[in-house]
Design a protein around this ligand. Structure first.
Ligand code: HEM
Length: 417
């Protein structure tokens, strides 16, 4: 694309704000997240309070005064997520919607959600997405691995997983080097509405202005990038409104980049701390799909998903008033001992009769799940093929996954060759 025509993305009003530090503070550095959730589940699958307050010991400012419950068990979580009439996505409009805008798929409910989602789905058909695996994902993965492949040691998080899904998105957006850094900073700031609402709203506005110009450019002058693809996607003569495309891209770095970065890091960690399973996958790459399923069950990158209750209901004997919010704790449901034997164990060979839902379930199930799997598969194949005898570096501290939401280890120090 013609780099010269790229619109200008403005920095935050508060130029000194560092969202990367703020982010760690916002998610905490807990190492006992699952123990605490297990203890909570033992006293009931529905609990008063929000997951944020439970871990951070303070109120989520965006939901101040709103009664909130947590849904922790698998069956109840599935029930809530597949009943969009009783449990709507309004909760997102009050939280992330303040910075992301109210027209992204996550913020919408039927009938708009259903209408727009089918157009997006057409744009994300499995055959389209697997073609991106070759044209977009593979070159990004290859370039990153080439930087350390000859060295014999690397930090797979700091040198690989931290970059690859974001670079995939930058390529899909047609962003140049200059725009990328600021884009990431602004996109991360948008998510920090709980603790830095003013900066989050400023970030959402700046990113929206930039993306609106980009989408309008692509409508006038189509290229072969994803912006053009979505701006022109059509089902039965209906196209997506500009604002819906803008909001999709505003959400993408977090919905698609952050989740895939953390998911890939956690899967790699599961393999590295279980070297016998790593060996099996290395010698038999057909095990990769079940490795991805298990890794995302074991450590679901998106821990929780809120819904608003539209009528007075009772869930597991607990009264949920109309207008209240439920935090569906996906990470807890995916470790429910009623459904998964020895749920804290990473086991790529576990019985897969019960499917975990790291991508949620119901009408808002992740639109990008096929793309995420294509990306993670490409990453695992490249790392296992090109880094023989891949193993944790025994002289470095053993990695630990921390946080109560968007979890990941700090580093993945490895040796190979
Ligand atoms: C391992 C990687 C990923 C995980 C764990 C993940 C997880 C999720 C979850 C849990 C939701 C549901 C949120 C809700 O309850 O409403 C969701 C929705 C969504 N995801 Fe992903 N995601 C991943 C990758 C991606 C990618 C690569 C994309 C890129 C297109 C993407 C785009 C979206 C979108 C647009 C939605 C909103 C769908 C809707 O509301 O209809 N995700 N994702």
């Amino acid at each position: 694309m013609n780099v010269a025509v790229l619109p200008k993305l403005s920095d935050l009003n508060d130029t000194s704000f560092n969202p990367f530090v703020a982010e760690t503070l916002e998610y905490g550095e807990f190492t006992d997240t699952y123990e605490r959730l297990r203890a909570l589940r033992r006293t009931g699958d529905v609990q008063k309070g929000s997951i944020y307050s439970f871990f951070m010991n303070k109120e989520n400012e965006a939901l101040r005064g709103v009664t909130t419950h947590m849904v922790l068990g698998y069956d109840l979580a599935a029930m809530v997520l597949t009943d969009p009439v009783t449990y709507t996505n309004e909760a997102f409009r009050r939280t992330l919607g303040q910075s992301f805008g109210e027209m992204s798929l996550t913020m919408l409910d039927a009938p708009e959600h259903t209408r727009y989602r089918r157009i997006f789905q057409k744009a994300f058909l499995p055959q389209v997405v697997s073609a991106w695996g070759e044209s977009v994902v593979a070159p990004v993965v290859d370039e990153l691995v080439s930087k350390f492949e000859k060295r014999g040691s690397a930090d797979l998080l700091q040198e690989f997983t931290r970059f690859y899904p974001f670079q995939v998105i930058y390529k899909q957006l047609g962003l140049d080097e200059e725009a990328r850094k600021l884009f990431q900073k602004i996109a991360v700031t948008q998510t920090l509405y709980r603790s830095n609402l003013e900066n989050a709203i400023d970030a959402g506005r700046k990113l929206g202005d930039f993306l609106r110009q980009l989408v309008e450019q692509r409508i006038e002058r189509p290229t072969d990038d994803l912006v053009t693809h979505l701006a022109h996607a059509e089902v039965e003569g209906e196209r997506l409104p500009v604002e819906v495309v803008v909001c999709f891209f505003r959400q993408l770095l977090n919905a698609g980049g952050d989740t895939t970065y953390r998911g890939t890091s956690n899967i790699l960690m599961g393999l590295l701390i279980n070297p016998e399973q790593l060996d099996r996958v290395r010698t038999d790459p057909s095990l990769i799909p079940q490795t991805i399923d298990e890794g995302l069950r074991w450590e679901s990158p998106a821990m929780t998903s809120p819904r608003t209750v539209t009528r007075d209901v009772e869930l597991a004997g607990v009264a949920l008033p109309a207008g209240s919010v439920v935090d569906v704790v996906l990470g807890s449901a995916n470790r429910d001992e009623q459904k998964f034997a020895d749920p804290d164990r990473f086991d790529i060979f576990r019985d897969r009769k019960v499917r975990a839902f790291p991508f949620a379930t119901g009408p808002h199930v992740c639109l990008g799940q096929h793309l995420a799997k294509v990306e993670i598969t490409r990453a695992l194949v490249a790392l296992l093929e090109r880094l023989p005898n891949l193993r944790l570096d025994p002289d470095q501290p053993k990695p630990v996954i921390t946080g109560f939401h968007l979890r990941k280890p700090k580093s993945l120090p490895v040796l190979f060759g």
